[in-house]
Write a protein that binds this ligand. Structure first.
Ligand SMILES: Nc1ncnc2c1ncn2[C@@H]1O[C@H](COP(=O)(O)OP(=O)(O)OP(=O)(O)O)[C@@H](O)[C@H]1O
Length: 300
């Protein structure tokens, strides 16, 4: 049985008179220990999809299940790492992690809590910044801290919403490796959103494109049949990597083209011709006030 399932789900926002259909007819099955990458364009509904999987967003229709049970609310089994770090600015790295652990495990002793928080901060190689506040960290360090916080909850499923988007290429590769290490060593299930085809092929077992919104849906998937560990340095010589990369890129470009064509078909520009138009005078106009005119000498 799949650990995580989306069954014919859709998400719409707003009242019926002004409804926005963001996601429609979503179906996805994620097996235990699988690494699934969802790839999509900006604004397609990727974060909405993650919120749905994390139980933060209820489907308008359909169902989302974890281990066969309908997901009713967020819980520690489904660890969501947000795109925008969301660290509390007045707490240090280790305090941010402690706060998260304490929320799911309030009976831990002070020393166990400290030890566990430090363990996860070390895991993402932030030991040198235990006591730093978020404003003292670089973007990459904040993403690590945010990852440490998500990992510290020891979730069965890691839901990573563009976890590496704000990073430079070097830091990005370093963190990709760390996520892969954690996934392989601790045998987790990962669903990761990315907009980077290379990253998806390097990391995932399966890549599922999200079509363009409104009414985005998950389309046909691409299986990554490449042995692990995958060596990033020789990937560009790997025929399967090259094939997948070009197929997925062509598919995504096709989606983009189709969506532009659709929006051109659906929203024709209205033909608006003003009946008459006279530009307002640039000089300010004042209404004559007989009283103030009389006292005009009194103006300071
Ligand atoms: N609570 C909400 N109410 C109304 N509309 C919403 C809400 N949440 C998201 N949307 C709309 O849903 C669409 C998809 O948003 P979402 O943030 O899921 O996209 P995304 O693919 O994650 O975007 P990005 O890559 O830019 O972060 C957008 O048009 C957004 O305005």
């Amino acid at each position: 049985m799949a650990i995580l399932e989306i069954d014919n789900a859709s998400v719409s926002f707003g009242p019926p008179s002004n409804r926005t259909d963001v996601l429609t007819d979503l179906n996805l099955q994620v097996e235990e220990n699988e690494f699934v990458a969802v790839i999509g364009f900006s604004g397609a509904g990727k974060s909405t999809l993650m919120s749905l999987l994390a139980g933060l967003q209820k489907p308008t229709t359909g169902e989302v299940r974890f281990k066969g049970e309908s997901i009713k609310e967020p819980g520690p089994d489904l660890g969501l790492m947000f795109q925008n770090y969301s660290l509390l600015p007045w707490l240090s790295v280790v305090e941010n992690v402690k706060l998260a652990i304490n929320a799911v495990d309030p009976r831990l002793s002070k020393s166990d809590l400290e030890e566990r928080a430090r363990h996860y901060v070390k895991m993402v190689k932030l030991d040198h910044a235990f006591d730093k506040k978020p404003h003292e960290l670089s973007g990459g360090m904040r993403q690590r801290a945010s990852l440490a916080r998500t990992l510290s909850l020891d979730p069965e499923v890691l839901l990573l919403d563009e976890p590496l988007s704000a990073l430079d290429a070097l830091t990005r590769s370093e963190l990709q490796d760390q996520i892969l290490n954690i996934w392989e060593k601790d045998k987790r299930t990962v669903v990761m959103i990315t907009n980077d085809v290379d990253e998806a092929v390097l990391m995932a077992d399966r890549i599922v494109p999200l079509t363009m919104g409104p009414g985005a849906t998950l389309s046909e998937e691409f299986k990554v049949n490449m042995e692990r560990p995958r060596d990033r340095h020789t990937l560009n010589d790997h025929p399967e990597f090259m094939r997948l990369k070009s197929e997925i890129t062509a598919f995504m470009m096709g989606l983009n083209k189709e969506s532009k064509k659709l929006s051109a078909d659906i929203i024709p520009m209205p033909k608006v011709t003003p009946k008459s138009f006279s530009p307002p005078s640039l000089a300010p106009t004042f209404k004559q006030n007989p009283v103030s005119n009389k006292n005009s000498n009194n103006v300071a």
